[in-house]
Design a protein around this ligand. Structure first.
Ligand code: C2E
Ligand code: MG
Ligand code: MG
Length: 506
């Protein structure tokens, strides 16, 4: 294109003013009167003897369209169309700047769904995606137009609540969200799914003055909310930093503990309800910490589960329990707790076979305890694994029964040997009529299904008498014995040799 022609297309453009070889972005006016974005490049070239100015005009419409699409993709969550983490962070930064200028408040609410993982595992990812979209819609419906909702990934959402200088405003929004998520089930193909939401709150500027700090602190508060239980809301406070450091210390310490043999097993006896005879002991892991002394599982199993360390830890427990049990009297079995993460590992069955084999322990002496949460995931694979374990001759029991989620239907499908009734029912025995009714009902039901029962956590003579009268098969609890270390166990076996039916040991 020659200079004069371009000038007629681009009124007001003095072609000679274009620097050579440098592109300029301009708008052409199309025949329809609409602007067409173009790039214009001027170059002076020699054509034969003549020096000529050549102008190249490149249509930018396609490129800009693609860029806009990419921009949208890069900053939005493809599943829900909400802002993604990057976009949320940017918006939070913009808000922070204007907040500082105008001295306004703002809150970050970080939200995680309760029970979503179970839904996703049980029904598949496609169903999980549909549920996430439904959750996004519900959340959006509770927000004001200028609040920002984002999906950070998985089942984690974030909300920027504008003008929330009062802590009450954020707390009120969080309470509304918890209610709106849990109040009505999500319907998937007509099937009701019950979810909940846990929320962490950080309010600017008190809980953080810059975007990264606010996000970090809202996240810490969310962790605390999760630890408090389902459907809870937690606001950030400085003590959470200390707790997080503590968690990290436990995580690193636990890795070392595994390598440096700081773990040990204690064993708690289970007594036959009628004869008082000890038939088996449950292996309970302890961490012999170099500075803290003996640490109980409550302080580290959860962290081991979150970090995946539970798999090597659980494998160590399995191997050690089998090896130690092989040295005990033949009639004593050993029960090992399995975490859901171990159960999900494809290698569980071969690991059990290897542990039994290298210990030289007969499979009938090993009992594996699983919790109801294991049963929620991938029913087919779970049933297969349970059947394979039982085919080996290993016993399988369901632990902490009654605390999990929709327990009863599983008992028909899954082949358990034993139901262990959770201590929370036992705590209130025998005076609380409801707990008493529940314990009796579980024992009757187990009998009908051909499963034996253990009442856990029996501490008092009344609880003991009630459990025996209700017809349970075995009793476990401090009234029989606290968990015993190696020396305590040796004493127990010696006592048993002399008096074979010790009912109260410690
Ligand atoms: P659990 O399997 O239900 O084990 C019983 C827990 O109840 C043990 O706590 C035991 O000490 C406690 N207990 C027993 N009798 C009584 C009683 O009469 N009163 C009271 N108040 N408590 C009693 P512990 O050893 O602290 O273990 C807690 C939980 O940690 C276990 O609950 C189990 O879920 C988990 N755990 C322990 N060892 C392992 C392990 O090797 N692997 C896995 N995955 N989990 C483990
Ligand atoms: Mg157990
Ligand atoms: Mg238990």
């Amino acid at each position: 294109m020659t200079g004069s022609f371009v000038s007629s297309l681009l009124p007001g453009l003095d072609v000679s003013s274009l620097p050579e070889r440098e592109e300029r972005e301009l708008n052409l006016i199309g025949v329809d009167g609409l602007e067409i974005p173009v790039r214009v490049l001027r170059r002076v070239v020699a054509v034969g003897h003549k020096i000529q100015t050549v102008i190249a005009v490149r249509d930018q419409r396609e490129r800009l369209k693609t860029e806009a699409k990419l921009q949208l993709l890069a900053f939005s969550d493809p599943l829900t169309g909400l802002a993604n983490r990057t976009r949320f962070f940017d918006l939070l930064a913009v808000h922070t700047a204007s907040r500082r200028e105008r001295d306004q408040g703002g809150a970050v609410l970080m939200l995680n769904l309760d029970r979503f993982k179970a839904v996703n595992d049980a029904l598949g990812h496609a169903a999980g995606d549909i549920v996430l979209r439904m959750v996004a819609d519900r959340l959006q419906s509770t927000l004001r137009a200028d609040d920002v909702l984002a999906r950070l990934g998985g089942d984690e959402f974030a909300i920027l609540q504008i003008n929330a200088e009062e802590a009450n405003a954020a707390a009120a929004l969080a309470a509304r969200i918890v209610k709106i998520v849990a109040a009505n089930p999500f319907l998937l193909d007509g099937q009701p799914l019950h979810l909940g939401a846990s929320i962490g709150i950080a309010i600017a500027p008190d809980d953080g003055d810059d975007p990264a700090e606010l996000m970090h602190n809202a996240d810490l508060a969310l962790h605390a909310a999760k630890a408090d239980g389902r459907g809870t809301v937690h606001r950030y406070d400085v003590s959470l930093d200390a707790k997080m450091r503590e968690r990290r210390a436990i995580e690193t310490g636990l890795r070392r503990a595994l390598n440096e043999r700081q773990l040990e097993l204690h064993y708690q006896p289970l007594a036959d309800a009628t004869s008082g005879r000890i038939r088996s002991v449950e292996a309970l892991v302890r961490w012999n910490h170099p500075d803290r002394g003996l640490v109980l599982p409550f302080d580290f199993i959860g962290i081991a589960e979150e970090t995946g360390l539970i798999v090597p830890l659980g494998n160590w427990v399995l191997n050690t329990a089998c090896a130690e049990a092989a040295t005990w009297p033949d009639e004593i079995g050993v029960a090992v707790n399995l975490s859901p993460a171990q159960f999900r590992e494809r290698s569980l069955v071969p690991l059990v076979v290897a542990a039994l084999h290298s210990a030289g322990l007969s499979p009938e002496r090993l009992e594996l305890e699983i919790t109801e949460s294991v049963l929620l995931s991938e029913e087919d694979g779970t049933l297969e694994t349970l059947n394979e374990l039982r085919a080996l001759g290993v016993h399988v029991s369901i632990d902490d029964f009654g605390t999990g989620y929709s327990s009863l239907s599983y008992l028909r499908k899954f082949p358990f040997d034993r139901i262990k009734i959770d201590q929370s029912f036992v705590r209130q025995l025998p005076y609380d009529a409801e707990s008493a009714a529940i314990v009796r009902a579980i024992i009757t039901m187990a009998k009908c299904l051909g499963m034996s029962t253990t009442v856990e956590g029996v501490e008092t003579a009344e609880q003991f008498d009630f459990s025996v009268a209700a017809g349970c098969d075995t009793i476990q609890g401090y009234i029989i014995s606290r968990p015993l270390d190696r020396a305590g166990l040796a004493t127990l076996f010696a006592t048993m040799r002399n008096a074979p039916h010790p009912l109260v040991i410690a």
